[in-house]
Design a protein around this ligand. Structure first.
Ligand code: INI
Length: 161
């Protein structure tokens, strides 16, 4: 019997791409900060000259799947993290955006075999989003941990005889 589990310490040679939406950047900027803090404290070089980390900005969450797919398809990254904030407000656009983003990101993962972390907050209000992006906790940190775990898990499955 084999039991596979991702580890958080296997960061040597690991390359991570983060794609982040500018829409609601008060929130997504904080998610990105939390994410980079976690990656850096686990040993990933997140400096501007880093060869371990690349960041791509897109206009809104709707654009996350396409750019995640483009990045994943390059073969340069073991994991992609997609960050966004979709806030309900008064618009039915919310449902369209979130449905496309969630389905899109799931299919990019499956089609490329590169894990893509769903780091998109979906909330009713800006206050709720801010609470999850640093006021109470910063889910950007958790998304980065999930990325490290999935990159390690997929790599151990790939290496298994
Ligand atoms: N994009 C978001 O990231 N969050 C939102 O809350 C949002 N709302 O509510 O409209 C949003 N819309 C823009 C969308 O993601 C696209 O960028 C736009 O439709 C152009 O394709």
């Amino acid at each position: 019997m084999a039991i596979f589990e991702g580890r958080f310490s296997e960061v040597k040679g690991l390359r991570v791409a983060v794609v982040v939406a500018r829409f609601n950047d008060l929130v997504t900027g904080k998610l990105l900060s939390g994410c980079l803090d976690c990656l850096s404290r686990h040993g990933i070089d997140t400096t501007s000259s880093s060869s371990q980390l690349d960041i791509a900005w897109v206009p809104g969450s709707f654009e996350l799947p396409l750019v995640a797919q483009t990045l994943a398809s390059t073969g340069r990254y073991q994991v992609v993290i997609a960050l966004g904030a979709v806030i309900r407000g008064d618009t039915p656009h919310f449902d369209v955006v979130i449905s496309e983003v969630s389905k899109g990101i799931a299919s990019v993962s499956r089609e490329t075999s590169v894990p893509v972390i769903f780091g998109v907050l979906t909330t009713d209000t800006m206050q709720q989003a801010l609470e999850r992006a640093g006021i109470k906790s910063n889910l950007g940190w958790s998304f980065a941990l999930q990325a490290l775990e999935m990159a390690s898990l997929i790599s151990s499955l790939d290496a298994s005889p």
